[in-house]
Design a protein around this ligand. Structure first.
Ligand code: SF4
Ligand code: SF4
Length: 429
């Protein structure tokens, strides 16, 4: 089995195919702190791609309430359990060594456990029936996409379990948060590795992972091998389907929505009411797979410079390309399990954002056009306080976003302007 370099794990790992990289990679940052769980993203996707017969339970985008919710139900707990069993069989541990952190190349240290590919290789060998450790969810597990919505773990802190202490920062004792989920268009996709028909491919121009509907024979190996359970089987056509990253929008080829031909965001991103999503394309070094240093690309800044946005379950080994700003009120051990060892630093940086980070955060959902570059014009200091015992200042800087052609498409200040309309009538609002 060939080996490939996974920068999120800080090491090489086994993968069934030779290392190859696209020129650009579809990627996004989701700020979980701001999501209101309105499911507008879910419905934007559903009404665009999965409204037909046989797709009733197919939600390419879903938003689940953690810790109990999941679509399909318990998808992450089940895979963590399978991986745990695999480590126990080998007498090893799924541990990280954060002491080996090294800048942007190895930002979280080194993962010393087994990925889904390595665990499958150990268990079944190179000619085994599966190349990615996984399972096929039951029909019942697909049936309730938003079960346990807004359900928190119980806390016996006061009458009826209610207590101010239960919801005090830094970590709430009664907590839940919304986890937004789409296909991660992984660098080393589990679905692609598992497909015996070679029906799944990763596009060289933008890293989008697609299923060739002509080649697929509906063996469901992708459903089994995707650790995030984002490849789905459609009974009426007997082939699998998955998120297509709204590729016509990324290509900028629809003259009605992009007359100037620049890439625009996927539907779930462009519709987000909470302004929690920022989608983009990052340039990739084709030989090494590294993100080309691009300090003024907002995604590069958030993921590689500030490291405030982290991959979901990086230990699975697929190098997912959707990054999450972890919820700041959630117990840190839970966040470390879900987002890796960078979780503590990411939360701390978000709680006391740098001047540049605060400006870049304004770009979320400010335009449908994909922002390739930003600039900041400094403004005056407008606020001072103390955060965690350290002085912190806020500046009313202006952030400007540019599209692929270098045209300005967004201009926002840190302080949102407020206009008070004069009351002319009793019911004026
Ligand atoms: S999230 Fe799943 S379906 Fe999407 S590319 Fe990764 S392995 Fe494939
Ligand atoms: S539209 Fe945005 S705020 Fe609403 S559920 Fe989706 S990600 Fe959250």
């Amino acid at each position: 089995m060939p080996t490939v370099y996974n920068w999120q794990l800080g090491r090489k790992m086994h993968y069934p195919y030779e290392e190859r990289h696209p020129r650009w990679q579809f990627a996004a940052v989701f700020n979980t702190n701001r999501c209101i769980g309105c499911q507008t993203c879910t419905m934007a996707c559903k009404s665009t791609w999965t409204f037909s017969k046989g797709q009733e339970y197919m939600w390419w985008n879903n938003v689940e309430s953690k810790p109990y919710g999941g679509y399909p139900q318990f998808w992450d707990m089940k895979l963590l359990h399978l991986l745990d069993e695999a480590h126990q069989r080998e007498g090893t541990e799924a541990a990280w060594d954060p002491s080996q952190k090294d800048g942007a190349q190895r930002p979280y240290g080194v993962f010393e456990g087994m990925t889904i590919f390595e665990a499958a290789l150990k268990r079944y060998g190179p000619e085994g029936h599966t190349r990615a450790l996984g399972y096929i969810p039951s029909d019942e597990e697909w049936r309730a996409p938003n079960i346990f919505e807004d359900t928190s773990p119980p806390y016996e802190g006061g009458p009826l379990g209610l207590s101010k202490e239960g919801v005090s920062l830094p970590e709430h004792k009664t907590w839940f948060f919304h986890l937004q989920r789409i296909c991660n268009h992984c660098t080393y996709p589990g679905c692609l590795a598992a497909c015996p028909r070679k029906a799944i491919y990763k596009r060289p121009e933008d890293g989008i992972v697609l299923i060739d509907q002509e080649r697929c024979r509906g063996y469901k190996k992708c459903v089994e091998g995707c650790p995030y359970k984002k490849a789905m089987y459609r009974g009426t056509t007997r082939v699998s389907e998955k998120c297509v990253a709204c590729y016509p929008r990324i290509e900028g080829k629809d003259p009605h929505i992009t007359p100037d031909g620049v890439p625009i965001e996927a539907r779930c991103m462009a519709a987000c009411v909470g302004k929690i999503r920022l989608q983009g394309l990052v340039k990739i070094e084709e030989k090494t797979g590294d993100w080309t240093e691009d300090r003024r690309n907002p995604l590069y800044f958030l993921v590689k410079v500030e490291k405030v946005a982290l991959p979901l379950y990086p230990q699975f080994g697929t190098e997912p390309n959707i990054y999450y700003m972890p919820p700041r009120w959630v117990p840190r051990a839970y966040l470390r399990q879900m987002f890796g060892p960078g979780a503590d630093d990411a939360v701390n940086k978000y709680m006391a954002p740098s001047r540049e980070l605060l400006a870049v955060l304004q770009l979320f959902r400010s335009t449908q056009k994909i922002i390739f570059r930003y600039e900041i014009v400094e403004g005056k200091k407008v606020f001072e306080t103390e955060i965690n015992g350290k002085p912190w200042s806020m500046y009313n800087d202006t952030v400007i976003g540019f599209d692929k052609n270098g045209t300005e498409v967004a201009r926002l200040t840190v302080e949102e302007p407020v206009y008070t309309r004069p009351a002319k009538h009793l019911n004026s609002i």
